[in-house]
Design a protein around this ligand. Structure first.
Ligand SMILES: *Cc1c(COP(=O)(O)O)cnc(C)c1O
Length: 484
């Protein structure tokens, strides 16, 4: 018999009770922290001592006291997070998170389920979430889908599936893309992950033809038709058109109904990147903007943005699940499906995407949708859009400010006016000043060569007074830079 000291990693006796007490404190502290977000800065630069304290972390050979590690978290991590929970966070497209979502994360981690496959209740719950998502989008409840990290992965899965759904497309799985001249289409306002999906699929990003947009930043349908005709004439194989519901720069929604009609006539796969905009379906006053999404062959969306589910939680939905399985399923001895026992219950999620081991993201999505209900989540979408319109009205009313794009949904792009020679640099500086002030956190983008202060209202905690406070502070920052 070996002399090994056989034991698990689970604490016992006094250690167990100490950890339990610490766990209760962590829970209480995080409830307090979320309740008092407004009293903290949105973001603050990390002092060198903090950054170095993290960078110089030594690999622990011996175990450390969880209480000390929690102290490190409280001093080094918590105060220096990116700030997207804060009502003043308006940069990029970030959800705010919720306490019920946090609790679901804890339960999921406690259960430690692997949702790659097999016959267990967590798999059924993910399927329920997929069915609800299809219903929200207006796709058939028989649609398939899978929860993934985010829309980058969801869009990739959709582009890959569309390429395999072409004539003889499944051969690409074994023979590679060589010789095929597949061509896809997306507006110039499409998210960068679409072009990267083409790259990652081996099609090459040049296989994505970029279509210009109109003055509302929506795909120009005449230009789309022309591009398809030109490509067919030169021997290309058009296979996919991507519409965007909620473009990342301006919130514009492509005319999805018109794109669906073109896809139908041209026999193209119609994919919608609805990362945040797809959930406009839940808001009665906004849903007409994404009309036509229900005609899509596939949709990518995020629950971690407008649905406020804690990171990460993206989703891809496919009208025809057999296409998704034909793209990813493999026949492997160690993953054989049975008719009974734990290896029953196909199709498994590992046959619907590139991941085998996958966590229980579905629990936090299910919990969030269930705690709030779709009506309340829709009201929250409506509220974010109303806050964005309030900001746009304020910008329009201020002679020093200038709106740079129409506000269709929840994103406002504007700038402080100044001489042409300095205006772009000034606005870039002001965005950085604002972020460092801790008052609010807009981000930057460039629209037709013009540097914009970009505010995306995605956080359920952001109210009209928060955008007013941001504008008031912007004037102070601008005055400090160019005293009049
Ligand atoms: C955020 C976003 C993406 C990428 O989604 P991730 O969840 O960050 O991977 C894609 N498209 C649009 C329109 C987005 O807003």
């Amino acid at each position: 018999m070996e002399t090994h000291d056989f034991r698990s990693l689970d604490p016992e006796g006094h250690d167990l009770e100490e950890l339990r007490a610490l766990g209760h404190r962590m829970l209480d502290d995080m409830f307090d922290n979320v309740s008092f977000l407004r009293e903290t800065p949105v973001w603050q630069p990390m002092p060198d001592a903090i950054r170095n304290g993290i960078r110089e972390q030594k690999m622990p050979h011996a175990g450390q006291n969880p209480q000390d590690l929690y102290d490190f978290f409280s001093s080094h991590i918590l105060p220096y997070a990116v700030g997207n929970r804060h009502p003043g966070f308006m940069g990029w497209v970030h959800g705010g998170g919720t306490l019920p979502g946090m609790l679901a994360e804890m339960l999921a981690a406690g259960l430690n389920a692997n949702l790659g496959g097999r016959d267990h209740a967590p798999v059924e719950l993910e399927r329920a979430v997929i069915r609800w998502t299809a219903e929200v989008l207006g796709l058939p409840v028989t649609s398939s889908g899978v929860l993934v990290t985010g829309s980058s992965m969801a869009n990739f899965i959709a582009v890959l599936t569309a390429s395999r759904a072409t004539e003889d497309g499944t051969e690409i799985r074994t023979k590679g893309i060589s010789g095929r001249r597949l061509r896809g289409y997306a507006a110039e306002t499409a998210h960068g992950c679409i072009s990267r999906a083409f790259d990652m699929c081996g099609l090459g990003s040049d296989a994505l033809k970029i279509i210009p947009v109109d003055d509302q930043f929506r795909m120009d349908i005449a230009a789309l038709k022309t591009a398809i005709a030109e490509d067919r004439a030169s021997g290309m194989e058009p296979f996919l058109v991507v519409g965007t519901a909620g473009a990342v720069d301006t919130g514009a929604c492509d005319p999805l109904d018109d794109i669906a009609a073109v896809a139908d006539v041209e026999n193209l796969w119609f994919h919608v990147d609805g990362a945040f905009g797809a959930l406009a379906r839940l808001a009665p006053d906004m849903r007409s903007l994404v009309a036509g999404i229900e005609k899509a062959d596939s949709v990518a969306l995020d629950f971690h943005k407008w649905a406020q589910v804690p990171y990460d939680a993206g989703c891809v939905i496919m009208r025809d699940g057999s296409r998704q399985r034909a793209t990813f399923a493999q026949n492997l001895a160690y993953l054989t499906k049975e008719t009974r026992g734990m290896a029953a219950n196909p199709p498994w999620f590992c046959d619907l995407g590139p991941d085998l081991s996958r966590g229980f993201r579905a629990l936090k999505v299910w919990m969030t949708i269930s705690v709030y209900g779709t009506v309340e989540l829709g009201r929250m979408v409506t509220q974010c859009c109303a806050v964005a319109r309030h900001l746009a009205d304020r910008v329009a009313a201020e002679p020093r400010l200038e709106l740079l794009a129409p506000v269709a949904l929840n994103i406002v792009c504007f700038r402080v006016k100044a001489d042409d020679a300095v205006v772009n640099d000034l606005n870039s500086e002001l965005i950085r000043d604002m972020q460092e002030s801790g008052v609010a956190a807009p981000s930057a983008t460039t629209l037709r060569g013009v540097r914009a202060i970009r505010c995306a209202i995605v956080n359920h905690r952001t109210l009209p007074e928060d955008v007013d406070c941001m504008i008031d502070h912007l004037f102070k920052l601008a005055d400090a830079r160019s005293p009049e």
